[in-house]
Design a protein around this ligand. Structure first.
Ligand code: SAM
Length: 220
């Protein structure tokens, strides 16, 4: 189940109904999800399901499903499994023959793409780029010919470095960043990548959550 990426108003009535009616909600961090519980008066039992406990927890979740319980899975924000824990559990549940469906909602990648003003006819979501520059370079080179808008997630600590790297690899392309989507200080900038990187690098502080985007090699 998708949950808000900042603005609690983005939790749909159907999501609230399902979260309130299942036997257990598995959450990446129960403390984070509890904020939704208080805001929407939800009382469903919460259990942890994060990257570290995935392997151990899968058999437990499957046996609950086998006992006939309806269960939900959420991550801290956005769609579980999208740069978040969850995909192996969905695969295991499907492999075991259980029905799995998704209650859709916000995901930072598509929200950023829609607001960026960059082409949307095709996009490639690359999650988080490798931290090591050499590996990152190889990934970016492998994507150079792809006729799609590239989308990456990045933390505020590395975003300037990664944006500068994108500007070196694709100096002739426009890029965009989307910061703090759906939140009070939401900001979306689209500029030629070298200018975009210089603008962010010149800031005294760089805070918040970022999505980075790069336009395709050829403009339509
Ligand atoms: N599952 C989430 C989704 O569907 O978008 C992504 C989780 S991933 C661990 C967290 C990253 O998503 C952040 O580092 C940032 O790149 C991006 N992100 C999440 N919320 C965001 C927001 N409100 N504004 C901009 N980027 C966001």
């Amino acid at each position: 189940m998708a949950t808000p990426i900042g603005n609690l108003g983005d939790l749909s009535p159907r999501a609230i109904e399902v979260l309130s009616s299942v036997a257990v909600v598995y959450a990446e961090d129960t403390r984070v999800t509890r904020r939704l519980w208080s805001a929407f008066d939800i009382h469903t039992r919460l259990e942890r399901f994060d990257a570290a406990t995935t392997t151990r927890k899968i058999p437990e979740v499957l046996s609950r499903l086998a006992a006939g319980d309806d269960l939900a899975l959420v991550s801290d924000a956005g769609v579980p499994g999208v740069s978040d824990p969850g995909a192996p559990l969905v695969a295991a549940a499907r492999d075991a023959g259980f029905e799995v469906s998704c209650i859709p909602g916000p995901s930072a990648a598509v929200t950023a793409l829609a607001a960026s003003g960059l082409p949307t006819y095709a996009y490639y979501f690359g999650g988080f780029l490798p931290r090591k520059e050499g590996k990152r370079q190889r990934v970016l080179e492998s994507l150079a010919e792809l006729n799609a808008t590239l989308i990456f997630y990045e933390s505020p600590y590395r975003v300037v470095k990664v944006l500068e790297h994108l500007a070196r690899v694709f100096p002739e392309r426009r890029g965009a960043f989307a910061r703090e989507l759906t939140k009070k200080f939401e900001e979306i900038r689209r500029l030629p990548l070298p200018e975009l990187a210089a603008e962010l690098a010149a800031r005294e502080t760089v805070k918040g959550e970022f999505v980075l985007l790069v336009e395709p090699p050829v403009r339509p």
